[in-house]
Write a protein that binds this ligand. Structure first.
Ligand code: FAD
Length: 464
């Protein structure tokens, strides 16, 4: 048994960042992680492996679409799937080992195994019980199940996102159930690698929650890239066939029963908090009706000394939201003032083009009864984007009509996931659209499109 100031359960982006920050603040910290590598869902089976495959498949697509136009003559680039998988695995390993290094550097103990909380202040791993003045639950989430569909990642035919990252071969056809971020990213990967991808979605729109104008443009662009969409379809079952799998669904508009077959079915209908086995019910920890740990403004649960962060609590299921909560709760436990500004959490979809957003959508701003001004600028007016064949998409900046304060920004286009951050910083500083418009942006960069959108909120963009 060991005594700790803090034991964190789970070494995902929430848990490991919390541990490092707490150690930096002088606390004696242990982290329990049951997986064989640190880094959680994000590093092992989420953000990082998916981005490696997105990067490789994007370059393949570039070689097919744009190389010749730039005078780069190659015989067709071929895909070695085994090598692409090793590149992905090396990328993951490099990052997870990096966290091990940071743990050693900060004198954080990695307690290997699965944890439960037999009583406040106690954490049990295997047969050993440890004592801790504070406990942070950072156990993350797992793919949500879909009634009537049994996932078998080992089999490689009906898979969730974890199985889709390690398919034994590139399928000729793939059905993606669910048009959310994960389904569209992984669907894009396999579409670029040559699979015929059909996305089957219950709602009538893709990526619910995004600004409607961006949703529509994104849908159009993905369809142009060859992804097929079946919208308003309630999937009721998926079964294995001789060569792959077949799904059955009812079209919501007329209740007609339909079916579709493909080599692989990817179920990506969301994620649910992972808190099983911790013993929270016996402890009397209050939960939300969605199975998340209920926390107050300082991430404290209903039981004294037990805190929770990341995907295990309400809010967007994003790695950087988990990280921010990890840092903030460490500050709180160390007696400082931890804070997360939930109004300024960016969200990014790493397709090509990328999609990024922060703050209020046009619909949310109007629903809230605000008078707004919208500045839009198309990437077709941006020299750098055009030179890179990335003129598709636009920046949409939303400002308060009276105060000019920036309320939100939505971008579909090149490097959207990086561009969004200048707006995040501006929003953190309470900046106006004019502040952004008066900030000199280097030429030629795609970031000029953000400035032009800010100019469009005032007297007008220059290049539109
Ligand atoms: P997790 O990362 O889920 O980590 C929790 C850890 O706790 C796990 O390692 C688990 O093994 C461990 N654990 C659970 N229970 C116990 C226990 N009882 N004892 C010991 N250990 C335990 N987010 C982004 O922001 N950007 C992206 O690009 C992105 N891409 C994604 C792509 C995919 C395919 C997926 C699946 C997710 C993606 N996400 C992305 C979401 C992101 O991975 C999660 O939001 C993030 O990992 C949540 O962090 P966390 O620390 O709360 O939990």
């Amino acid at each position: 048994m060991r005594m700790y100031d803090l034991i964190v359960i789970g070494a995902g982006p929430g848990g490991y960042v919390c541990a490092i920050r707490a150690a930096q603040l002088g606390l004696k910290v242990g982290v329990v992680e049951g997986r064989e590598a640190l880094g959680g869902t994000c590093l092992n089976v989420g953000c990082i492996p998916s981005k490696a495959l997105l990067h490789a498949s994007h370059l393949l697509h570039e070689s097919q679409e744009n190389f010749e136009k730039m005078g780069l003559m190659t015989s067709p680039v071929e895909v070695d799937w085994t090598k692409m998988q090793s590149y992905k695995a090396d990328t993951v390993a490099g990052n997870t080992k990096g966290i091990e290094f940071l743990f050693k550097k900060n004198k954080i103990d990695w307690i290997k195994g699965w944890a439960s909380i037999p009583a406040p202040g106690r954490v049990k791993v295997g047969e050993t019980e440890h004592e801790a003045k504070a406990i942070v639950i950072a156990t993350g989430s797992s793919p949500a199940a879909l009634k009537g569909v049994e996932v078998d990642n080992e089999g490689g035919t009906i898979v969730d996102s974890t199985g889709a990252l390690v398919l034994p071969k590139i399928p000729k056809s793939m059905i993606v159930i669910g048009a959310g971020v994960i389904g569209l990213e992984l669907g894009s990967v396999y579409a670029r690698l040559g699979a015929e991808v059909t996305v089957v979605e219950y709602l009538d729109v893709i990526t619910p929650g995004l600004d409607t104008e961006i949703q529509k443009q994104f849908h159009k662009i993905l369809a142009k890239q060859g992804l097929k969409f079946v919208m308003g379809a309630a999937v009721s079952s998926a079964e294995m066939t001789e060569g792959g799998a077949k799904i059955t669904y009812a079209l919501r508009k007329d209740d007609s029963q339909q079916s579709l077959e493909a080599d692989v079915v990817l179920v990506s209908t969301g994620r649910r908090p992972h808190v099983e086995g911790l013993g929270l019910e016996a402890l009397g920890v209050a939960m939300t009706d969605r199975g998340q740990v209920k926390v107050d403004a300082h991430w404290a649960s209903s039981v004294k000394g037990i805190y929770a962060i990341g995907d295990a609590v309400p809010g967007p299921m994003l790695a950087h939201k988990a990280e921010d909560e990890g840092m903030a709760v460490a500050d709180v436990i160390a007696g400082k003032h931890g804070h997360v500004n939930y109004g300024v959490i960016p969200a990014v979809i790493y397709t090509t083009p990328e999609v990024a957003s922060v703050g209020l959508t046009e619909e949310q701003a109007k629903e809230g009864g605000r008078k707004i001004r919208i500045g839009k600028f198309p990437f077709m007016g941006n020299a750098r984007a055009k030179a890179q064949f990335q003129g598709e998409g636009f920046v949409k900046l939303i400002a308060d009509a009276e105060t000019d304060r920036i309320l939100g920004c939505h971008i579909i286009g090149p490097s959207a996931g990086d561009l969004i951050h200048e707006v995040c910083v501006a929003m953190e500083f309470g900046a106006s659209a004019e502040d952004l418009a008066l900030t000199c942006h280097a030429h030629p960069t795609v970031s000029e499109a953000v400035r032009e959108a800010a100019l469009a909120c005032g007297s007008g963009a220059i290049h539109a």
